[in-house]
Design a protein around this ligand. Structure first.
Ligand SMILES: Nc1ncnc2c1ncn2[C@@H]1O[C@H](COP(=O)(O)OP(=O)(O)OP(=O)(O)O)[C@@H](O)[C@H]1O
Ligand SMILES: [Mg+2]
Length: 307
Protein backbone atom coordinates (compact mmCIF):
# COMPACT_ATOMS: atom_id res chain seq x y z
CA UNK A 1 0.00 0.00 0.00
CA UNK A 2 1.14 3.52 -0.72
CA UNK A 3 1.58 5.83 2.25
CA UNK A 4 2.23 8.84 0.05
CA UNK A 5 1.78 9.67 -3.61
CA UNK A 6 2.72 12.95 -5.26
CA UNK A 7 1.67 13.63 -8.82
CA UNK A 8 3.08 16.42 -10.94
CA UNK A 9 3.63 18.42 -7.79
CA UNK A 10 4.92 21.92 -8.40
CA UNK A 11 5.60 24.89 -6.19
CA UNK A 12 6.84 28.30 -7.18
CA UNK A 13 7.24 30.69 -4.27
CA UNK A 14 6.01 34.21 -4.79
CA UNK A 15 8.63 36.35 -6.57
CA UNK A 16 10.89 33.30 -7.11
CA UNK A 17 12.44 32.93 -10.56
CA UNK A 18 12.61 29.13 -10.62
CA UNK A 19 10.19 26.58 -9.15
CA UNK A 20 11.17 24.95 -5.84
CA UNK A 21 9.32 21.80 -6.97
CA UNK A 22 9.01 21.04 -10.65
CA UNK A 23 6.35 18.45 -11.65
CA UNK A 24 7.59 16.05 -9.00
CA UNK A 25 6.26 12.47 -9.03
CA UNK A 26 6.92 10.38 -5.97
CA UNK A 27 5.60 7.24 -4.25
CA UNK A 28 6.29 6.04 -0.75
CA UNK A 29 5.39 2.54 0.40
CA UNK A 30 3.66 2.13 3.71
CA UNK A 31 5.81 0.94 6.63
CA UNK A 32 9.09 2.05 5.11
CA UNK A 33 11.82 4.52 5.91
CA UNK A 34 11.99 6.82 2.91
CA UNK A 35 14.79 9.36 2.53
CA UNK A 36 14.97 12.50 0.43
CA UNK A 37 18.45 13.60 -0.59
CA UNK A 38 19.40 16.75 -2.44
CA UNK A 39 21.67 19.76 -2.24
CA UNK A 40 20.75 22.88 -0.26
CA UNK A 41 17.75 24.43 -1.97
CA UNK A 42 16.81 21.24 -3.88
CA UNK A 43 13.23 21.40 -2.58
CA UNK A 44 13.19 18.83 0.23
CA UNK A 45 11.70 21.07 2.92
CA UNK A 46 9.23 22.51 0.44
CA UNK A 47 8.02 18.98 -0.32
CA UNK A 48 7.73 18.07 3.36
CA UNK A 49 5.84 21.25 4.13
CA UNK A 50 3.32 20.63 1.35
CA UNK A 51 2.85 16.94 2.22
CA UNK A 52 2.38 17.83 5.89
CA UNK A 53 -0.34 20.40 5.03
CA UNK A 54 1.62 23.49 6.07
CA UNK A 55 2.05 24.92 2.57
CA UNK A 56 -0.12 24.89 -0.55
CA UNK A 57 1.27 23.61 -3.84
CA UNK A 58 1.08 25.75 -6.99
CA UNK A 59 -0.22 22.74 -8.93
CA UNK A 60 -0.36 18.97 -8.81
CA UNK A 61 -1.50 16.79 -5.95
CA UNK A 62 -0.21 14.88 -2.97
CA UNK A 63 -2.11 12.14 -1.19
CA UNK A 64 -0.90 11.05 2.25
CA UNK A 65 -2.42 7.99 3.96
CA UNK A 66 -5.16 8.12 1.35
CA UNK A 67 -6.05 11.73 2.19
CA UNK A 68 -5.58 14.72 -0.08
CA UNK A 69 -3.08 17.05 1.59
CA UNK A 70 -4.99 20.13 0.41
CA UNK A 71 -8.66 19.15 0.52
CA UNK A 72 -8.48 16.83 3.53
CA UNK A 73 -5.76 18.68 5.43
CA UNK A 74 -7.63 18.76 8.72
CA UNK A 75 -8.16 14.98 8.92
CA UNK A 76 -4.65 14.35 7.68
CA UNK A 77 -3.05 16.53 10.37
CA UNK A 78 -4.31 14.17 13.09
CA UNK A 79 -2.58 11.21 11.48
CA UNK A 80 0.86 12.66 10.84
CA UNK A 81 3.61 14.19 12.96
CA UNK A 82 6.42 16.44 11.87
CA UNK A 83 9.80 17.42 13.22
CA UNK A 84 10.53 20.50 11.08
CA UNK A 85 13.92 21.77 9.98
CA UNK A 86 15.23 24.58 12.17
CA UNK A 87 12.54 24.08 14.79
CA UNK A 88 13.45 25.85 18.00
CA UNK A 89 12.80 25.03 21.61
CA UNK A 90 10.69 27.54 23.48
CA UNK A 91 11.96 29.50 26.46
CA UNK A 92 11.23 28.83 29.35
CA UNK A 93 9.76 25.38 28.72
CA UNK A 94 11.70 22.27 29.74
CA UNK A 95 12.28 19.25 27.48
CA UNK A 96 9.49 17.45 29.35
CA UNK A 97 7.13 20.39 28.74
CA UNK A 98 7.90 20.24 25.03
CA UNK A 99 7.16 16.54 24.73
CA UNK A 100 4.03 16.79 26.91
CA UNK A 101 2.77 19.75 24.91
CA UNK A 102 3.25 17.87 21.65
CA UNK A 103 1.36 14.82 22.96
CA UNK A 104 -1.44 16.78 24.66
CA UNK A 105 -2.00 18.87 21.52
CA UNK A 106 -2.58 15.62 19.68
CA UNK A 107 -5.29 14.68 22.16
CA UNK A 108 -3.39 12.20 24.34
CA UNK A 109 -4.94 12.31 27.82
CA UNK A 110 -2.84 13.55 30.75
CA UNK A 111 -1.85 10.32 32.46
CA UNK A 112 -0.92 8.59 29.19
CA UNK A 113 0.96 11.69 28.00
CA UNK A 114 3.04 11.67 31.21
CA UNK A 115 3.91 8.02 30.67
CA UNK A 116 4.87 8.51 27.03
CA UNK A 117 6.83 11.70 27.70
CA UNK A 118 8.99 9.77 30.15
CA UNK A 119 9.66 7.13 27.46
CA UNK A 120 10.43 9.71 24.77
CA UNK A 121 12.88 11.51 27.06
CA UNK A 122 14.60 8.20 27.81
CA UNK A 123 14.63 7.29 24.09
CA UNK A 124 16.70 10.36 23.29
CA UNK A 125 18.72 10.29 26.54
CA UNK A 126 17.15 13.48 27.80
CA UNK A 127 16.08 12.12 31.19
CA UNK A 128 18.84 13.96 33.05
CA UNK A 129 17.92 17.33 31.58
CA UNK A 130 14.17 16.67 31.40
CA UNK A 131 13.32 19.45 33.82
CA UNK A 132 15.98 21.98 32.85
CA UNK A 133 15.11 25.24 31.15
CA UNK A 134 15.55 24.48 27.42
CA UNK A 135 17.50 27.68 26.90
CA UNK A 136 20.37 26.21 28.88
CA UNK A 137 20.71 23.14 26.64
CA UNK A 138 23.44 22.69 24.03
CA UNK A 139 22.50 22.73 20.33
CA UNK A 140 22.55 18.94 20.05
CA UNK A 141 20.35 18.54 23.13
CA UNK A 142 17.82 21.02 21.73
CA UNK A 143 17.75 19.07 18.48
CA UNK A 144 17.02 15.88 20.42
CA UNK A 145 14.11 17.61 22.16
CA UNK A 146 12.60 18.34 18.72
CA UNK A 147 12.92 14.65 17.79
CA UNK A 148 11.59 13.52 21.19
CA UNK A 149 8.41 15.48 20.44
CA UNK A 150 7.45 13.08 17.63
CA UNK A 151 8.74 9.63 18.62
CA UNK A 152 5.87 8.65 20.95
CA UNK A 153 2.85 10.07 19.12
CA UNK A 154 0.20 7.87 17.49
CA UNK A 155 0.96 9.29 14.05
CA UNK A 156 0.92 6.73 11.22
CA UNK A 157 3.40 8.74 9.22
CA UNK A 158 6.21 10.86 10.65
CA UNK A 159 8.09 13.52 8.68
CA UNK A 160 11.55 14.42 9.98
CA UNK A 161 13.45 17.20 8.26
CA UNK A 162 17.17 16.73 9.00
CA UNK A 163 16.54 15.18 12.43
CA UNK A 164 20.19 14.37 13.07
CA UNK A 165 21.67 17.73 12.14
CA UNK A 166 24.40 18.72 14.59
CA UNK A 167 24.25 15.48 16.56
CA UNK A 168 27.38 13.60 17.57
CA UNK A 169 27.80 10.09 16.11
CA UNK A 170 26.50 8.37 19.25
CA UNK A 171 23.36 10.47 19.44
CA UNK A 172 22.84 10.19 15.72
CA UNK A 173 22.53 6.45 16.21
CA UNK A 174 20.02 7.00 19.05
CA UNK A 175 17.80 8.77 16.54
CA UNK A 176 18.32 5.93 14.05
CA UNK A 177 17.20 3.44 16.71
CA UNK A 178 14.00 5.39 17.24
CA UNK A 179 13.27 5.55 13.52
CA UNK A 180 13.84 1.82 13.25
CA UNK A 181 11.59 1.21 16.25
CA UNK A 182 8.80 3.28 14.69
CA UNK A 183 9.18 1.37 11.45
CA UNK A 184 8.90 -1.95 13.31
CA UNK A 185 5.67 -0.64 14.82
CA UNK A 186 4.33 -0.27 11.27
CA UNK A 187 4.75 3.49 10.86
CA UNK A 188 6.02 5.20 7.74
CA UNK A 189 9.00 7.53 8.11
CA UNK A 190 9.85 10.30 5.64
CA UNK A 191 13.27 11.70 6.29
CA UNK A 192 15.68 14.22 4.85
CA UNK A 193 19.39 14.18 5.54
CA UNK A 194 22.70 15.33 4.14
CA UNK A 195 24.51 12.35 5.66
CA UNK A 196 24.87 9.72 2.96
CA UNK A 197 25.92 7.00 5.43
CA UNK A 198 22.69 7.65 7.32
CA UNK A 199 20.62 7.36 4.14
CA UNK A 200 22.41 4.15 3.25
CA UNK A 201 22.02 2.64 6.70
CA UNK A 202 18.37 3.50 7.23
CA UNK A 203 16.46 3.84 3.98
CA UNK A 204 14.30 1.21 2.38
CA UNK A 205 13.93 3.61 -0.52
CA UNK A 206 15.30 7.02 -1.35
CA UNK A 207 15.18 9.76 -3.95
CA UNK A 208 17.84 12.20 -5.02
CA UNK A 209 16.23 15.47 -6.02
CA UNK A 210 17.78 18.44 -7.73
CA UNK A 211 16.05 21.75 -8.46
CA UNK A 212 12.68 20.26 -7.56
CA UNK A 213 13.00 17.24 -9.85
CA UNK A 214 13.68 13.57 -9.13
CA UNK A 215 17.10 12.59 -10.47
CA UNK A 216 17.24 9.03 -9.10
CA UNK A 217 14.91 6.80 -7.07
CA UNK A 218 15.03 3.32 -5.60
CA UNK A 219 16.71 1.34 -2.86
CA UNK A 220 20.20 2.54 -1.84
CA UNK A 221 21.58 -0.52 -3.67
CA UNK A 222 19.64 0.06 -6.87
CA UNK A 223 20.46 3.77 -6.97
CA UNK A 224 24.13 2.87 -6.69
CA UNK A 225 23.78 0.14 -9.32
CA UNK A 226 22.04 2.51 -11.72
CA UNK A 227 25.39 4.05 -12.48
CA UNK A 228 26.81 0.69 -13.56
CA UNK A 229 29.69 2.13 -15.53
CA UNK A 230 30.90 3.66 -12.26
CA UNK A 231 30.51 0.79 -9.80
CA UNK A 232 34.06 1.04 -8.47
CA UNK A 233 36.17 3.85 -7.14
CA UNK A 234 39.91 3.96 -7.27
CA UNK A 235 41.67 6.50 -5.07
CA UNK A 236 45.03 7.41 -6.51
CA UNK A 237 47.47 9.04 -4.10
CA UNK A 238 50.44 9.71 -6.41
CA UNK A 239 52.26 9.24 -9.71
CA UNK A 240 49.31 9.94 -12.02
CA UNK A 241 48.12 13.22 -13.49
CA UNK A 242 44.42 14.03 -13.74
CA UNK A 243 44.49 13.86 -17.52
CA UNK A 244 46.19 10.45 -17.49
CA UNK A 245 43.45 9.10 -15.25
CA UNK A 246 40.63 10.40 -17.45
CA UNK A 247 41.01 7.42 -19.79
CA UNK A 248 40.02 5.06 -16.95
CA UNK A 249 36.81 6.81 -15.92
CA UNK A 250 35.36 9.93 -14.35
CA UNK A 251 37.96 11.78 -12.27
CA UNK A 252 37.16 13.84 -9.17
CA UNK A 253 39.78 15.66 -7.13
CA UNK A 254 39.33 15.07 -3.41
CA UNK A 255 41.56 16.54 -0.71
CA UNK A 256 45.04 15.63 -1.91
CA UNK A 257 44.11 12.61 -4.01
CA UNK A 258 42.37 11.84 -7.27
CA UNK A 259 39.30 9.60 -7.24
CA UNK A 260 38.42 7.69 -10.40
CA UNK A 261 34.85 6.41 -10.70
CA UNK A 262 34.97 3.50 -13.10
CA UNK A 263 33.75 -0.04 -13.85
CA UNK A 264 35.45 -3.32 -12.86
CA UNK A 265 37.47 -3.43 -16.06
CA UNK A 266 38.71 0.16 -15.69
CA UNK A 267 39.71 -0.56 -12.09
CA UNK A 268 41.66 -3.63 -13.19
CA UNK A 269 43.51 -1.76 -15.93
CA UNK A 270 44.29 1.13 -13.63
CA UNK A 271 45.41 -1.34 -10.94
CA UNK A 272 47.89 -2.96 -13.33
CA UNK A 273 49.27 0.40 -14.42
CA UNK A 274 49.58 1.50 -10.77
CA UNK A 275 51.59 -1.63 -9.95
CA UNK A 276 53.87 -0.93 -12.92
CA UNK A 277 54.43 2.62 -11.72
CA UNK A 278 54.66 1.66 -8.05
CA UNK A 279 51.84 4.11 -7.24
CA UNK A 280 49.69 4.00 -4.11
CA UNK A 281 46.00 3.32 -4.81
CA UNK A 282 42.93 2.04 -2.96
CA UNK A 283 40.07 0.25 -4.71
CA UNK A 284 36.56 0.04 -3.23
CA UNK A 285 32.91 -0.14 -4.34
CA UNK A 286 31.30 3.27 -4.83
CA UNK A 287 29.32 4.67 -1.91
CA UNK A 288 26.06 6.58 -2.04
CA UNK A 289 28.17 9.67 -1.44
CA UNK A 290 30.04 9.14 -4.74
CA UNK A 291 26.80 8.49 -6.58
CA UNK A 292 25.18 11.59 -5.12
CA UNK A 293 28.05 13.86 -6.18
CA UNK A 294 28.12 12.17 -9.55
CA UNK A 295 24.39 12.54 -10.24
CA UNK A 296 23.91 16.04 -8.84
CA UNK A 297 27.28 17.27 -10.10
CA UNK A 298 26.60 16.00 -13.61
CA UNK A 299 23.25 17.78 -13.68
CA UNK A 300 24.92 21.10 -12.88
CA UNK A 301 27.67 20.48 -15.45
CA UNK A 302 25.14 19.72 -18.20
CA UNK A 303 23.47 23.02 -17.49
CA UNK A 304 26.75 24.90 -17.56
CA UNK A 305 27.47 23.30 -20.93
CA UNK A 306 24.09 24.44 -22.19
CA UNK A 307 24.74 28.09 -21.26
N1 LIG B 1 9.46 30.92 1.95
C1 LIG B 1 10.15 30.95 0.81
N2 LIG B 1 10.02 31.98 -0.07
C2 LIG B 1 10.70 31.99 -1.23
N3 LIG B 1 11.55 31.02 -1.61
C3 LIG B 1 11.71 29.97 -0.78
C4 LIG B 1 11.03 29.88 0.47
N4 LIG B 1 11.41 28.74 1.08
C5 LIG B 1 12.28 28.13 0.24
N5 LIG B 1 12.47 28.87 -0.87
C6 LIG B 1 13.33 28.51 -2.03
O1 LIG B 1 12.86 27.29 -2.57
C7 LIG B 1 13.94 26.45 -2.95
C8 LIG B 1 13.85 25.13 -2.22
O2 LIG B 1 14.08 25.35 -0.83
P1 LIG B 1 13.94 24.20 0.27
O3 LIG B 1 13.96 24.84 1.59
O4 LIG B 1 12.75 23.35 -0.06
O5 LIG B 1 15.27 23.36 0.00
P2 LIG B 1 15.91 22.15 0.83
O6 LIG B 1 16.13 21.04 -0.16
O7 LIG B 1 15.13 21.85 2.02
O8 LIG B 1 17.35 22.75 1.21
P3 LIG B 1 18.26 22.53 2.56
O9 LIG B 1 19.03 21.26 2.31
O10 LIG B 1 19.16 23.70 2.55
O11 LIG B 1 17.35 22.47 3.73
C9 LIG B 1 15.20 27.25 -2.66
O12 LIG B 1 15.60 27.87 -3.85
C10 LIG B 1 14.77 28.26 -1.63
O13 LIG B 1 15.53 29.43 -1.73
MG1 LIG C 1 15.48 21.91 3.99
Amino acid sequence: MKALEAQQLSKTYRKAKAPALDSLDLEIESGQIFTMLGRNGAGKTTFLRIASTQLLPTSGSVTVLGLDAVKEAKELRRRIAIAPQEAETIYPLTPRDHVLLSLRMRGVEKHEADRRAKLALEDLELAEVADTNSDWLSGGLKQRVIVAMVVRTDADLVFLDEPTIGLDPVNRRKVWEQLTRLKKAGKTIVLTTHYMDEAEALSDNLVIINKGKVMAAGTPQSVKAAVTNRSTRVDVMDRFSKSELAEYGHVVAIAGKLRVLTDADGARRLGDEAVARNATIAIAPVTLDDVFVDIVGEAEKDEDDAD
